[in-house]
Ligand binder design. Structure first.
Ligand SMILES: Nc1ncnc2c1ncn2[C@@H]1O[C@H](COP(=O)(O)OP(=O)(O)O)[C@@H](O)[C@H]1O
Ligand SMILES: [Mg+2]
Length: 364
């Protein structure tokens, strides 16, 4: 998959700027605060309908403006595809090849994208919700139905939670909760299956990469822990029983205690939790391995690599890991956009762009 062109109008610090990208590596160089990340964010927003930095579109609007436009030309399996996102009056209109799209899930995953920044270390260091998000984002790119599934599940959780807090007679509460529980079990089981399936496939791909990054000395293991059970099969078959068992407690404490919204993805380094025992460098290797594994899985499923966006990642990696990453990108011909603050003498590759105060100039 490839991006040929992006046009940003009144998006962040861009008034009206168009960039034509090239196949292979594209490097965006500029001092801090010039607009490098804003370009990456614009592309990510166009492809996913969401920013990874803010929740509200309002913040993406160039100051004092009332609407922004993003246009992008892409190639997918050698077919041209144009995407357009227009935000105005707190509403957004999305078009694929000039045709309006009704729902976000109609276009998410059309063009796949992997984004990697130093903040991704939260995948290791942060709480379970960060790791669930990582899994869900990846699944959503491959199976658009996962987004609707999560939305339906979250709605059921929300309703059940409101019911637990409501001042209703106990016997009435029981009956209503049972109805939501049935839905939560049905939707939750599908979510668990999707996540467990992806985790298994990621484990196979990521461990091989991690071994290479650590000169075969260390192992990376990941597994999805569902409903606190030993295995996913057990979790699925025990789901109704666990629900019933906790019902009293749930009513008493007014919180939901069972469901995949509490699950975690365990990331182990040499059989120990990476979160607790991995050094900073090892944590970076773990994330890098998972990201590269994601690239491989998308290629296996879609027949071509996704677009790769690397925001300030290279300066964070030591020489060995950086060289590994660059070799990987170059040998697999993944189209990659890399941001960095100063031109690296050792990095004489790709097409270079200079970014200064919301203007972009191609350098070679
Ligand atoms: N909504 C906005 N409107 C105008 N300028 C913005 C907006 N949001 C951020 N900026 C400006 O964009 C710049 C930051 O851009 P960014 O892409 O994060 O920089 P970097 O080149 O360091 O990656 C800052 O100068 C900031 O003031
Ligand atoms: Mg930046």
């Amino acid at each position: 998959m490839m991006i040929n062109k992006i046009c940003l109008q009144n998006f962040r610090n861009y008034e009206d700027e168009t960039i034509k990208f090239m196949p292979g590596t594209n490097i965006l160089i500029g001092d801090n605060g010039q607009g490098k990340t804003n370009i990456i964010e614009g592309i990510y927003y166009l492809l996913t309908g969401k920013s990874y930095r803010v929740h509200r579109e309002q913040e993406l609007l160039r100051w004092d403006q009332s609407e922004f436009h993003l246009y992008g030309d892409f190639l997918m399996n050698n077919h041209k595809l144009s995407l357009e996102s227009h935000y105005k009056n707190r509403k957004k209109i999305v078009k694929i090849n000039q045709v309006s799209c009704q729902r976000l899930s109609d276009f998410v995953g059309t063009i796949n994208v992997i984004f990697f920044s130093p903040d991704d270390l939260v995948m290791i260091k942060g709480g379970p919700s960060e790791r669930r998000r990582f899994l869900d984002l990846h699944i959503a790119q491959m199976r658009p139905g996962h987004v609707s599934l999560l939305n339906a599940y979250n709605k059921a959780i929300h309703q059940k939670s409101a019911l637990l807090k409501a001042y209703t007679e106990k016997h009435q509460k029981y009956a209503q909760i049972q109805l939501w529980n049935e839905q939560i079990i049905d939707l939750g089981t599908k979510i668990i299956r999707n996540r467990a399936d992806l985790s298994k496939r990621l484990q196979d791909a990521a461990n091989g990469i991690y071994k290479n990054l650590s000169s075969q000395k260390e192992t990376l293991q990941i597994f999805y822990s569902a409903l606190g059970q030993k295995s996913v099969t057990e979790a699925i078959s025990e789901f109704p029983r666990l629900m019933n068992e906790k019902l009293e407690q749930e009513i008493e404490r007014q919180i939901i205690l069972v469901g995949p919204h509490r699950d975690d993805l365990h990331i182990l380094l040499n059989d120990r939790p990476g979160r607790l025992y991995a050094s900073q460098g090892q944590q970076r290797s773990l994330v890098l391995s998972l990201k590269l594994a994601e690239l491989e899985l998308i290629r296996q499923e879609k027949g071509e690599y996704p677009l790769l966006l690397l925001d300030d990642v290279l300066s964070e990696l030591d020489r060995f890991r950086r060289d590994y990453l660059i070799k990987f990108i170059e040998s697999s011909h993944i189209q990659t956009l890399i941001t960095m603050t100063s031109a690296d003498k050792h990095l004489d590759l790709g097409t270079r762009f200079h970014v200064k105060q919301g203007h972009i100039r191609r350098e070679n």
